[in-house]
Design a protein around this ligand. Structure first.
Ligand SMILES: [Zn+2]
Length: 92
C-alpha cells in the first residue's frame, strides 16, 4: 500500500530524472545533479543517504543545509517567543 503511494508521487514529480541523467563523470570526478538548485556538483558535495540507489542525497549539502536552517530558524523563533513569555512572567 505504501509502496504504491510512493511510486505515484515519483511519477508526479517533474524534476525526477532517471539515475543515468542525474550522474556524470567530468575529468575523472563523479558528479551528480542537485534536485533543488539543479547544478552539477561533485558527489562529495552531497550528504550520504543509504536509502537512495546511489547512496547519496538528492540535494547537495548547500541545499540540504538551507532547508535545515529554515526549519531550525522557524523553530528558534517559536522558542524565543515562548522564552520571552517566560521572561515576562519572571519579571512581573
Ligand atoms: Zn543544490
Amino acid at each position: 500500500m505504501n509502496e504504491k503511494r510512493y511510486d505515484q508521487t515519483n511519477g508526479i514529480m517533474k524534476t525526477y530524472l532517471p539515475y543515468a541523467e542525474r550522474h556524470r563523470v567530468v575529468g575523472g570526478v563523479r558528479q551528480k545533479l542537485c534536485n533543488k538548485c539543479e547544478e552539477w556538483k561533485d558527489e562529495s558535495r552531497f550528504y550520504k543517504r543509504c536509502t537512495n540507489r546511489d547512496g547519496l542525497a538528492q540535494t547537495c549539502k548547500e541545499c540540504s543545509d538551507k532547508a535545515t536552517n529554515k526549519c531550525r530558524s522557524r523553530r528558534v523563533k517559536r522558542k524565543a517567543l515562548s522564552c520571552m513569555g517566560l521572561d515576562q512572567q519572571y519579571a512581573s
